[in-house]
Design a protein around this ligand. Structure first.
Ligand code: HGY
Ligand code: MN
Ligand code: MN
Length: 416
């Protein structure tokens, strides 16, 4: 098995084939959670996993579990997973590269006629992105006990459609409870979504952990007014107050350079009419930093700034902190399996902390978990230009294969 490698060409072809589900004119993918295009790619994955000899089942969060039997089928499965949903202007690789690399690993093991001791399980986690339904990593969060099932079911999108109804609408409100089984270990391959590996010319990232994140929803309330007759000093302009806050949010992040990042990605102006002074603005803030104490300090600075800016602008502001994830570390043994697999295959590798969130963050709470990064072009992601190279993804999938075999071997030793 030492020199076993995945079929990189077949893997690349599946990525190009599945990119058509929600494909956009610019070569990106828009496949929002529980949309019709999400259903199409899910149906495709279920068929391919069944053709690969897996038993496919769906849980109540819509996550897909494709199980490949092991010699000791009572062992908890070694899982490989990621997500199929994308951002509205997403790319061909974020999430699905990890799912399809897992499928390629199963296909390669079938061709090699190798059965692992532990069963293997390929997983598609519902709603990793958190773009349509917040918070993100929702299904993996319910699986790992971070969120309650009812909380997830009640999540609504911007059109007021509920997660539960949409799950049922696309036919993926499964029978299995979430969670209803343990995982022996979990590995996730993902594009880095940042510039480090490409800049350093390194092929594999052995992900040691993930930075912390805090999400906020801020509603600024002023007063609708006539754009022509309302003197400037008499205005309670929610848009001007929001603009001042956005400028200050960037300043706060820059004060904690180089590791702090802050993003205002979603703004809703009401009444959104060109000749009405906006009386209400809703906007989101995404804050991230690898150090929890710094993240808490930035939180304090954000809250003080919002209060002061609202006061100075003659408006009210309500800040809700609707999601937090603390910085975390992955399982040392799983990280070592990734490093050793890269070495065995002769690939350059380095340890790296993930700037992006992944389902692995939550799965790590209930199973030994590791991640594998591969470079992406110019570090671009959450963008239709997102790209990587066939040889990068083939290398990453072969590392995934050997990390799983090493993990199975290590477990097999302990179960003899
Ligand atoms: O936002 C994130 O970090 C992830 O890519 N969904
Ligand atoms: Mn992702
Ligand atoms: Mn993403």
């Amino acid at each position: 098995m030492k020199n076993l490698q995945v079929n990189g060409e077949r893997l690349w072809d599946t990525i190009m084939e599945t990119a058509k589900f929600g494909g956009t004119e610019k070569g990106g993918v828009c496949r929002l959670t529980l949309s019709d295009t999400d259903r199409q790619v899910r149906d495709w994955l279920a068929r391919e996993c069944e053709s690969a000899g897996c038993t496919v089942s769906i849980d109540e969060m819509g996550s897909i579990f494709a199980r490949r039997p092991g010699k000791v089928d009572t062992l908890p499965p070694i899982a490989i997973g990621s997500h199929l949903d994308t951002q509205p202007t997403g790319g061909k690789f974020d999430g699905i590269a990890g799912v399809l690399s897992g499928l390629e690993v199963l296909r390669t093991l079938n061709e090699a006629g190798h059965t692992t001791s532990a069963p293997l399980e390929l997983i598609d986690w519902t709603n990793e992105e958190g773009s349509r339904f917040t918070p993100p990593m929702l299904a993996s969060g319910v699986f790992s006990g971070v969120f309650e099932h009812d909380f997830a079911y009640a999540s609504e999108d911007r059109d007021g459609k509920k997660f539960e109804a949409e799950l049922a609408r696309i036919g993926y409100r499964g029978e299995r409870k979430c969670p209803d089984h343990k995982l022996g270990a979990y590995f996730e391959l993902h594009i880095e979504q940042g510039p480090v590996l490409e800049k350093e010319g390194i092929l594999i990232g052995a992900v040691t952990g993930m930075q912390g994140q805090k999400w906020y929803e801020i509603t600024v309330t002023g007063q609708d007014a006539h754009a022509g007759t309302t003197p400037m000093p008499a205005r309670h302009d929610a848009m001007v107050a929001c603009a001042r806050m956005v400028e200050s949010i960037q300043a706060i992040a820059l004060n904690h350079a180089p590791l702090a990042v802050a993003t205002v990605g979603h703004v809703v102006v009401k009444p959104n009419s060109r000749n009405v002074v906006p009386g209400s603005v809703f906007f989101t803030v995404d804050l991230r930093h690898p150090d929890e104490d710094v993240l808490l300090q930035i939180d304090r600075e954000l809250r003080e700034m919002v209060d002061a800016t609202a006061r100075d602008s003659g408006v009210e502001a309500r800040l809700v902190n609707n999601w937090n994830v603390t910085p975390m570390e992955f399982d040392r043994e799983c990280i070592n399996h990734v490093r050793s697999a890269a070495e065995k295959l002769g690939y350059s590798h380095r340890d790296i902390i993930s700037g992006a969130g992944h389902d692995a963050v939550y799965v790590a709470r209930v199973a030994p978990t590791g991640m594998i990064f591969i470079p992406c072009e110019n570090g671009i992601s959450h963008n239709e230009l997102e790209n990587t190279k066939p040889e990068f993804i083939a290398a990453g999938a072969s590392v995934l294969l050997h990390a799983i075999l090493a993990c199975d071997e290590a477990r097999n030793k302990t179960t003899r």
